[in-house]
Every structure is written in C-alpha cells, then in structure tokens.
Design a protein around this ligand. Structure first.
Ligand SMILES: Nc1ncnc2c1ncn2[C@@H]1O[C@H](COP(=O)(O)OP(=O)(O)O)[C@@H](O)[C@H]1O
Ligand SMILES: [Mg+2]
Length: 249
C-alpha cells in the first residue's frame, strides 16, 4: 500500500539560486514530521510546494495518490495550513475565523460566512473546544493572545477535516510556554485523528520531543532523515555547523 503523503525528488530554483534539490520523504497517517534547518535552507519553499501553493520545477508531491497541484476547490481542504503569523482575520470572531476555514481558499468568503448551517457552526464550535478555546467563540481574533490565535488557526485547519496539516514555523512568534502547548496540541491531534503533520521548527529539542520523524534541510538538500528518537548531537552539528550548543543534547 502506498503512503498517505509522498514528496519525491522535489527541485526548485529561483533564477540561478538553488532553493531545493532532490528533496523527498513519505508520511503515513498518525505521523508528525519536523522539518529543521537554518534560515534560507528552503523550509518555506518546501512548505509552499507541499501545500500546492507553488509548483516545484521538478518532482512529484501526492496526497493519497493525487498530485497536490491538481487539488481544486473543496478538495484543497484535505490539506490544512498553519502559518507563523497565524493569518487570522483580525476583526472577525474566533468562530467566524474557523468557519472561514470551511471555505478553503475561496476568495469571496466574507459574503459566504452567513450561509453556514447549524452543522457547520456546531463543528466549528467543537474544533474550538478541542484546541482549548471553549468560551472564546465570540471574541475578536485580535484580542486573543498569540498562543490563542495560533489555536484558532489550528481549529480552522481542523474544521476542514484535513488528511494533512502543514505548519510553517507555527511557534516562531510565540513564547516558549505557548509554543510547547501548540506542538503538544498538534502532536495529540495527529495521533488521535490519524492525520499527518509536517511542521517546520527552529528548536531541535522540540523536534525530538514532539515529532515522530525529523527531516533536516541545509542549502536546499536533505542532510538529516531520522526517527525522532535517533535525533541527537551528530544530526544537530550536521544541520547547524556546531553553532547550536543545546545542553539537552
Ligand atoms: N520568491 C523568491 N525569489 C527568489 N528567491 C527566493 C524566493 N523565495 C525564497 N528564495 C530563496 O530561496 C532560498 C530558500 O528560502 P526559504 O524557502 O524561504 O528558506 P527558509 O524558510 O528555510 O528560511 C533562500 O536562498 C531564499 O533567499
Ligand atoms: Mg521560512
């Protein structure tokens, strides 16, 4: 049986600059992959390719055997996206932000918000409860803390009922306590719901603690590809040239 998610020999150039070369991995349901690498390593480029937001120059990316670039309309909901800067609509309530996720990437979502039926609203409330935000449904997004805003973004992704969640540095704008809570949440959702998660990070200890597998990129190439349990000092030195001295490793 083939894997839920396959990235095979992904290559991307920007002009003469190589951003990704021969990057690949597979992911199963219930697996969380941490993507590590210094700034400029290609994490965001890979995120955009995996999400189908940009087509790489070469390679193949498939969710359940379907090329992500060919996912259209409602099918795009199968991939939920979480961003470093949360990407909520500041003036809308937490609940309306989650409902907007039901629309996938449709541009006219504002006029559509009124059209949700009771089942959609109930599901959105359930998703907010799952991320620990019961009671905050009516609160404007821009009055929530950073950690709470990222929880809304995760609830929005969950409301899409995705097979895969891709998160680009979801904890980079958060304090360590809130960040750990977000990763704990992503991990528990991944394992409980059997969906796959790809999450880029800058903290090696978070990768080891929360992920199942660790993929390390350097200058656009995969230099580390191990189970999280095997991720240690050697891999960190390979990735960061020995400049990170984490006492936990
Ligand atoms: N739209 C773009 N045009 C030109 N170069 C880009 C573009 N996006 C990224 N790059 C370059 O590609 C490389 C990888 O960038 P990026 O994917 O943002 O890495 P990371 O997210 O790991 O910091 C960098 O050298 C960056 O300058
Ligand atoms: Mg980036």
């Amino acid at each position: 049986m083939s894997s839920l998610f396959i990235a095979h020999k992904i290559g991307q150039h920007y002009g003469a600059r190589l951003a990704l070369e021969d990057v690949g991995f597979t992911l199963e349901r219930g697996q969380m992959l941490a993507l590590l690498g210094p700034s400029g390593a290609g994490k965001t480029t890979l995120f955009r390719c995996l999400a189908g937001l940009q087509s790489p120059d070469s390679g193949r990316i498939a969710l359940d055997g379907v090329e992500v670039a060919s996912l259209r309309g409602r099918e795009r909901r199968r991939i939920g996206l979480v961003f470093q800067q949360f990407n909520l609509v500041p003036r809308l309530s937490a609940l309306d932000n989650v409902l907007a996720g039901r629309l996938g990437h449709a541009p006219a979502w504002r006029s559509w918000l009124r059209r949700f039926d009771a089942a959609d609203v109930a599901r959105a409330r359930d998703c907010l409860a799952r991320v620990g935000l019961a009671g905050h449904e009516g609160q404007r997004a821009d009055t929530l803390s950073g950690g709470q805003q990222q929880r809304v973004a995760i609830a929005r992704a969950l409301a899409q009922q995705p097979d895969l969640i891709i998160a680009d540095e979801p904890v980079a704008s958060l304090d360590p306590g809130s960040g750990a809570g977000i990763l704990e949440l992503l991990k528990s959702i991944c394992h409980a719901d059997g969906l796959a998660v790809v999450c880029s990070l800058h903290q090696p200890e978070y990768a080891r603690r929360y992920a199942d597998r660790v993929l390390g990129l350097r200058a656009g190439r995969v230099v580390v590809d191990v189970d999280a349990a095997s991720f240690g000092r050697d891999q960190i030195d390979t990735l960061y040239d020995g400049v990170i001295h984490d006492t936990q490793f």
